[in-house]
Write a protein of this length. Structure first.
Length: 151
């Protein structure tokens, strides 16, 4: 399988940190050799965007395949890698939803994207309400606690 970035995150946060992403603004800049501005036509009519990206700064030896305590907090239970959203995933893929501020040529200006400057972006999809949960969503208490200051 070959996957090539469609663009990169520019600006926003440089250090890899876990919390306070809500106020972070960044730009997703498409690869101008592969795409023209028409690839983004109509995106500005949506409020939010889903971004698929690569956690390119996670070394292979840090990848998790079993269970761990989220963020190393032993007060939380051992949780399998597929039951959490940590960056040390087997394929190092991230998925994030963020607010679209504006679209300008090959640039999508966003807020709340939890990817750092230079991150390879693999795909962009507009967020549509119908892709949200159709039933009542629930999650364990540790996840609510973990996410308290995330955005």
């Amino acid at each position: 399988m070959e996957v090539r970035p469609v663009g990169w995150v520019t600006g926003g946060r440089v250090p890899v940190e876990d919390d306070a992403w809500g106020g972070v603004e960044a730009v997703i800049r498409l690869d101008g050799e592969r795409f023209g501005p028409e690839a983004l036509y109509g995106l500005d009519t949506f409020s939010h965007l889903e971004v698929v990206f690569h956690f390119d700064r996670v070394p292979e030896e840090r990848v998790e395949t079993g269970a761990r305590h989220p963020r190393g907090n032993t007060g939380w239970p051992l949780i399998g890698i597929f039951a959490q959203r940590g960056k040390n995933r087997p394929n190092r893929l991230g998925v994030s939803r963020c607010k679209i501020l504006r679209v300008d040529g090959l640039e999508v200006h966003v807020a709340g994207l939890d990817a750092v400057d230079g991150t390879p972006v693999l795909d962009l999809k507009p967020w549509m309400a119908e892709f949200g949960p159709l039933d009542t969503a629930f999650q364990p208490a540790w996840a609510t606690e973990l996410m308290r200051d995330y955005y």
